[in-house]
Design a protein around this ligand. Structure first.
Ligand SMILES: Nc1ncnc2c1ncn2[C@@H]1O[C@H](COP(=O)(O)OP(=O)(O)O)[C@@H](O)[C@H]1O
Ligand SMILES: [Mg+2]
Length: 250
């Protein structure tokens, strides 16, 4: 079965075409990197898949359902810039919010919930669970959001730039957690700018620049021609150097 399927999806905000006629599908249990420059429509795509925005035209299915009907099966983590980090919430409280849908609002802070503890352990934040999220490093904050997503018990993870701005060790920790989720049969779509980080572990890359430039296994898709279409000329040499160094395919 397909975890997600997009058929000629277009999204307009007034006169801006954020997503233009995008079609692709992803089988259950795959990891997909959505790669493209700022303004390419990555966030818009993830929000439509999460059922938070409706396409202007085209169709989307998530696990065979319309996105708003699949919300209980989807975990979405927003891009850093969309989070109000000063909110006085502890790590455990943030993670426990992931259980609201299943347990009901009144019980969401129940400290005995084993799922909260299990998620904190998986992202290695059990020792920091009483800290406020504003006091964490960027990598720890992203892990806290990942733990909240894990608590939602989703089958499909939609992650908006979870490794942006992280140092290499923090990035590696997040990618390890994502691999574990994939090994459990979860499907992951992750927006990122960091091509080299995704080469070795992602099943597919979707190159986006409002339209879909290319979709397929990283080694097929990450050609200089496709990267030029996605990023324009200047950035490409740099990316190709990265690809060479990390994957050694060229
Ligand atoms: N709420 C909005 N209103 C108007 N335009 C928007 C809105 N959100 C995004 N856009 C525009 O849509 C395009 C795609 O944005 P976005 O999906 O955020 O791309 P990305 O996540 O790849 O940076 C950009 O041109 C952006 O300026
Ligand atoms: Mg974005």
């Amino acid at each position: 079965m397909n975890a997600v399927e997009l058929d000629s999806v277009t999204l307009r905000y007034d006169d801006v075409v954020a997503v233009s006629d995008v079609s692709f599908s992803v089988e259950v249990g795959r990891m997909v990197a959505l790669i493209g420059p700022n303004g390419a429509g990555k966030t818009s795509l993830l929000k439509m898949l999460a059922g938070l925005l409706k396409p202007t035209s085209g169709r989307i299915w998530v696990l065979g359902r319309e996105p708003w009907r699949a919300r209980g099966l989807v975990a979405y983590t927003p891009q850093r810039e969309e989070v109000y980090w000063d909110y006085p919430l502890t790590v455990r409280e943030l993670v426990a919010m992931g259980t609201v849908r299943r347990r009901g609002l009144l019980r969401w802070l129940d400290a005995r919930d084993g799922r909260v503890e299990a998620a904190l352990r998986l992202v290695m934040l059990e020792d920091l669970s009483s800290r406020r999220i504003s006091e964490l490093s960027g990598g720890q904050q992203q892990r806290a959001f990942l733990a909240r997503a894990i608590c939602q018990g989703g089958e499909v993870y939609l992650l908006d730039e979870p490794i942006a701005g992280l140092d290499a060790p923090s990035e590696a920790v997040i990618l390890e957690i994502l691999k574990k989720l994939r090994d459990q049969g979860k499907t992951i779509l992750m927006a990122t700018h960091d091509i080299s980080a995704t080469l070795e572990i992602f099943d597919y890359v979707a190159l986006v620049r409002n339209g879909l430039v290319a979709f397929g296994p990283p080694s097929d898709v990450l050609t200089s021609e496709n990267l030029t279409k996605t990023y324009g000329g200047a950035a490409v040499a740099l990316h190709l150097d990265d690809i060479e160094r990390v994957a050694g395919w060229r």
